[in-house]
Design a protein around this ligand. Structure first.
Ligand code: T46
Length: 140
């Protein structure tokens, strides 16, 4: 069994005397077609967002302002990734528990998603998540 838990992209920064531009193209720069974009900001201090996994959704998270941290958990190992540069993209595949925390006051977390919003794709209970991934037919 092999789970792609995370992949960190360092998107190309196109710099000139005016500043910096970062372009991200579906399929070419990230491994899916983008069906949805959402972003979060004004996240209160000490708040933890996420705390769920997805059965199918794949996403790339980019902190386009400020910084935040992401905890990734595949049911066996946990890892924390700091998103503290505007050109870093964190890929999160399916079947990964995620928690976002330590948002800076100016943080804007942008998410590129492979699917339309679907509430039935969420696993919001940690024990259910462990059960789900331990039934081998759900993870390939
Ligand atoms: C994820 C992490 C990284 C919508 O109506 N449409 C949407 O596309 C999204 C993402 C959310 N919503 C509604 C559902 C809730 O009523 O917005 C509300 C807040 O969503 P949620 O509590 O799921 O937000 P987070 O920050 O806990 O999680 C979000 C994504 O939902 C999730 O897929 O992986 O960001």
């Amino acid at each position: 069994m092999y789970i792609v838990k995370k992949l960190i992209y360092s998107f190309n920064e196109i710099c000139d005397y005016r500043g910096v531009l970062v372009a991200i193209q579906q399929i070419k720069d990230i491994p899916f077609e983008i069906k949805r974009i959402y972003y979060m900001y004004n996240t209160k201090k000490d708040v933890i967002r996420g705390c769920h996994a997805h059965k199918n959704l794949r996403q790339v998270l980019i902190c386009i302002s400020g910084s935040c941290k992401i905890l990734l958990d595949d049911g066996i190992e946990k890892e924390i990734v700091a998103l503290d540069k505007k050109n870093l993209g964190l890929y999160i595949g399916a079947n990964i528990w995620r928690e976002m925390f330590e948002f800076s006051e100016d943080a804007v977390l942008l998410v590129l998603a492979s699917e339309y919003y679907d509430d039935t794709d969420y696993i919001r209970n940690y024990n259910e998540f462990l059960k789900y991934i331990n039934s081998s037919s759900n993870v390939c």
